[in-house]
Design a protein around this ligand. Structure first.
Ligand code: 5GP
Length: 175
């Protein structure tokens, strides 16, 4: 595995993102909606860098089997908050094809929030096809499969402190 982003780089960038969001949302009491499972560590660290009043909720979606998208989004757990008239900030671990976030953003918009923004720790710009611009991005990365800091490979590797590319390992297993 090759380290793409270290724990120190993550902490620094997430600190900046927390400051930016706190400034943009002052007096607006946003609800952060984390996308499970991958965003749980990012959410915990980002929230502790946010200095304004806010709420937290989670939604669970899945499209991936192993390291490939099945192309179909399944809703595993819905949010419990009423977001009508509220400022929602969706918290994603990674935007890859864009399928999940396109689905989720329009689903939240159907509930008549006052605004919806998206923050994603990682963004694979080269491959993403989005109907809108992401509002806050931590790092743009190449289209390789990555693990660590909440992101998994068959449910493992979420506990790594940095972000690692596993492309070398995948190639080895295919040869
Ligand atoms: P998308 O719908 O944008 O293709 O993918 C979104 C979801 O797929 C992410 O929330 C994440 O669960 C999973 N995913 C996409 N790319 C990666 C990756 O490189 N590593 C891991 N661990 N998960 C990924």
């Amino acid at each position: 595995m090759r380290e793409l982003i270290s724990a120190a780089q993550l902490a620094k960038r997430i600190g900046e993102m927390g400051k930016e969001i706190s400034r943009d949302y002052k007096g607006r009491e946003p609800i952060f909606v984390g996308v499970l499972n991958g965003s749980f560590i990012f959410m915990a660290d980002l929230l502790r860098e946010v200095t304004i009043d806010c709420e937290v909720d989670f939604i669970k979606l899945s499209s991936y089997e192993g390291n490939a998208s099945s192309g179909t989004i399944h809703l595993r757990k819905d949010i419990s908050s009423d977001v009508a008239g509220r400022n929602v900030i969706i918290v994603e671990d990674i935007v890859d094809s864009g399928l999940t976030i396109n689905f989720l953003k329009s689903r939240i918009e159907d509930s008549m929030p006052s605004s919806v923004a998206v923050v994603s720790l990682l963004f694979k710009r080269e491959v993403a096809k989005l109907n809108f611009d992401l509002d806050y991005v931590g790092f743009e990365i190449p289209a390789d499969y990555v693990v660590g800091y909440g992101l998994d490979m068959d449910q493992k590797k979420r506990n790594l402190k940095g972000i690692f590319s596993i492309e070398d390992e995948l190639e080895k297993n295919c040869n």
